[in-house]
Design a binder for this molecule. Structure first.
Ligand code: ADP
Length: 499
C-alpha cells in the first residue's frame, strides 16, 4: 500500500468533548469529528463525567471522522492519544465497569484532605518526588476518595480487583478490549503518585495514601508502540500518548530547552521545556514530565492562570457587555489606553505565582470617565499581565530569558490581546497556522514511533509559516503598565487580610 495513502488517527479527549482527527503525511488535518458529553455536578465544587459516556463519545467520533473522510480503518497507520489530565477512573478488572463516575480534575471535594497533608508538613517531600504542589487537582486524593466512599471498594482494591487510570488508560483499556492497562509518563506525572526522577510509582507515597500498587497501570514512554487497538476487527498500533498540555508543547515543536508555549483558553496553561533537567521550582510552579521519546525523558515547568479567556466569558454572560467573545476586541479598541483602569480577575483566587485562594476579582482606577471600553481593555490586559507573572517565575526558576513565545487556544484570535502580550513580555509571539496543536502533538508522537514520519526534522519541515507579533512598546511605558498591575495585585491580596 502507498504510505501516502495512510493517516494518523489522533484522539483528543477533552474536558467537555471528545474529538478525533485524521492527519495526513503532510501534517494536514484531513477531517475532524467532535462530540460533547455530559458534565455532572452532584454538589457545589464537585465535577464528574460518566466514563462509559466518554468512551462512547470517543468511539463515535472515531467512526465519524473516518466516515467524513471516506476512509476505512485500514487507512489508519497508528493512533495518538491526548487527554484531559488528572481525571480519575477506577474500574473493576473483571467486569470492566467503572465503580464510580470519573472524578474530573476541576473537582474540589478532596481539598480539606489535601490541606491536612499540607498541615502535617508533607509538601516538601511530595514536591521533591512528584514535582507537584499538594492539591485536590491531582489524581491521588481522588482515588483515595473513591476507595473510602464506594462500598466495598477498599477491600476489592486490596484483593487486586480494581484498576485505576487517567483517561488515556481508560481509553486504551477499552480500545484493547481490556487487554492493556497502561499510561504514559506525562499522565503518570500528574497523579501525585509517580516519582518523576526515578521514573517509577513511589511506594512510600502509595503507602501513605493507602493505594495498593496493583491498581496502577504500567507506565510507558509517550512515543512508543505500546499497545494494539482492535477496532471493528482491525488491529491498529497505539504509539503516541500524552496529557493535553504536554501534547500541545510537543505540537508547538517546543523541543529545545528554554522553549515555551502558552495556551489561551478558559484558563492559561504555560509550559517551558527544561530538557533533561527536572527543575525544582522556587516560585510555586510545577515540575512535570514533558515526554519520553527514544529513551530520553524531557521535563517541563508548568504554571497556570485560572481565569484567562473566562474573563471575556464573564463580560459576555455576567455583565452582558458583549454578545460574543470576538466582539470584545472592537469594544476594547474604542479605548486607546487603559487610562489607569486595572482589573484583577481573581474570581476563584490567584494561581501561580501568588497562590492566594481568598483573593477575589477587583477593579482599580475607576473614574467618572471610565467606560465599558476601558473595562474590556482592562480585562484583556489582565490576561497578558497574568501571563507575564507566570513567565517571569519560569525565567527565574530556569535562569533563562525568553525571546519567543509560542501561543495557541481560542483567545489567540484576538489581535489586540496578542500584540499587547508581545509588548508586555518584550518578546515575539508566534501563532501557528495549524491551530490543532494538542492533537498534532499526539499525532507527531505516534508518527515518530512508527516511522510514519522518519524524524523530527521531517515534521519541522512541514510546519507552515505562522503569524508573528513583534514587541513595539517603549520601556518606560511597559514599566508603568506593569507597575500599575502589580499595585493592583498587591491591593487585591491586601483586601483578603481581615483586621
Ligand atoms: P477551552 O479549550 O478552555 O474551552 P478554547 O481554546 O476553546 O478554550 O478558547 C475559548 C476561550 O477563549 C473562551 O474563554 C473565550 O472567552 C475566549 N475567546 C474566544 N475568542 C476570543 C476573542 N476573540 N477574544 C478574547 N477571548 C476569546
Amino acid at each position: 500500500m502507498n504510505p501516502e495513502d495512510k493517516y494518523i488517527l489522533a484522539l483528543d479527549q477533552g474536558t467537555t468533548s471528545s474529538r478525533s482527527l485524521l492527519i495526513d503525511k503532510y501534517g494536514q488535518v484531513a477531517a475532524t469529528s467532535q462530540l460533547e458529553f455530559t458534565q455532572i455536578f452532584p454538589q457545589p465544587g464537585w465535577v464528574e463525567h460518566n466514563a462509559e459516556e466518554i468512551w462512547q463519545s470517543q468511539y463515535h467520533t472515531i467512526l465519524e471522522v473516518l466516515d467524513k473522510a471516506g476512509k476505512g480503518l485500514d487507512k489508519v497507520a497508528c493512533i495518538g492519544i491526548t487527554n484531559q489530565r488528572e481525571t480519575t477512573v477506577v474500574w473493576d478488572r473483571i467486569s470492566g465497569k467503572p465503580i464510580y463516575n470519573a472524578i474530573v480534575w476541576q473537582d474540589r471535594r478532596t481539598s480539606a484532605w489535601c490541606q491536612e497533608l499540607i498541615d502535617k508538613g508533607y509538601s516538601a517531600a511530595i514536591q521533591e518526588r512528584t514535582g507537584l504542589i499538594i492539591d485536590a487537582y491531582f489524581s491521588a486524593s481522588k482515588i483515595r476518595w473513591i476507595l473510602d466512599n464506594v462500598p466495598g471498594a477498599s477491600l476489592k482494591a486490596q484483593q487486586g480487583e480494581l484498576a485505576f487510570g487517567t483517561i488515556d488508560s481508560w481509553l486504551i483499556w477499552k480500545l484493547t478490549q481490556g487487554k492493556k492497562h497502561l499510561t504514559d509518563v506525562t499522565n503518570a506525572s500528574r497523579t501525585m503518585l509517580y516519582n518523576i526522577h526515578r521514573l517509577e510509582w513511589d511506594i512510600s507515597l502509595l503507602t501513605m495514601f493507602g493505594i495498593p500498587e496493583s491498581m496502577l497501570p504500567t507506565v510507558v514512554p509517550s512515543s512508543h508502540l505500546s499497545a494494539n487497538a482492535e477496532i471493528g476487527g482491525v488491529v491498529i498500533p497505539i504509539s503516541g500518548i500524552a496529557g493535553d498540555q504536554q501534547a500541545a508543547l510537543f505540537g508547538q515543536l517546543c523541543l529545545e530547552p528554554g522553549m515555551v508555549k502558552n495556551t489561551y483558553g478558559t484558563g492559561c496553561f504555560m509550559l517551558m521545556n527544561t530538557g533533561l533537567n527536572a527543575v525544582h521550582s522556587q516560585n510555586n510552579l510545577l515540575t512535570t514530565i514533558a515526554w519520553q521519546i527514544n529513551g530520553h525523558t524531557f521535563y517541563a515547568l508548568e504554571g497556570s492562570v485560572f481565569i484567562g479567556g473566562a474573563v471575556v466569558q464573564w463580560l459576555r454572560d455576567g455583565l452582558k457587555m458583549i454578545e460574543d467573545a470576538p466582539k470584545v476586541e472592537k469594544l476594547a479598541l474604542m479605548a486607546p489606553e487603559n487610562e489607569g483602569v486595572y482589573f484583577v480577575p481573581a474570581f476563584t483566587g490567584l494561581g501561580a505565582p501568588y497562590w492566594n485562594q481568598e483573593a477575589r476579582g477587583s477593579m482599580y482606577g475607576i473614574t467618572r470617565g471610565t467606560t465599558q471600553s476601558h473595562i474590556a481593555r482592562a480585562a484583556l490586559e489582565s490576561i497578558a499581565y497574568q501571563t507575564f507573572d507566570v513567565l517571569n517565575a519560569m525565567e527565574r526558576d530556569s535562569g533563562t530569558s525568553l525571546t519567543v513565545l509560542k501561543v495557541d487556544g481560542g483567545a489567540t484570535k484576538n489581535a489586540l490581546l496578542m500584540q499587547f502580550q508581545s509588548d508586555i513580555l518584550e518578546c515575539d509571539l508566534v501563532v501557528p497556522s495549524n491551530s490543532e496543536t494538542t492533537a498534532m502533538g499526539a499525532a507527531y508522537l505516534a508518527g515518530l514511533a512508527t516511522g510514519f514520519w522518519p524524524s523530527i526534522e521531517d515534521i519541522k519541515s512541514m510546519v507552515r509559516p505562522a503569524r508573528v507579533y513583534h514587541s513595539n512598546l517603549e520601556n518606560e511605558k511597559r514599566s508603568a503598565l506593569l507597575d500599575g498591575w502589580h499595585r493592583a495585585v498587591r491591593a487585591t491580596i491586601e483586601w483578603t487580610k481581615k483586621i
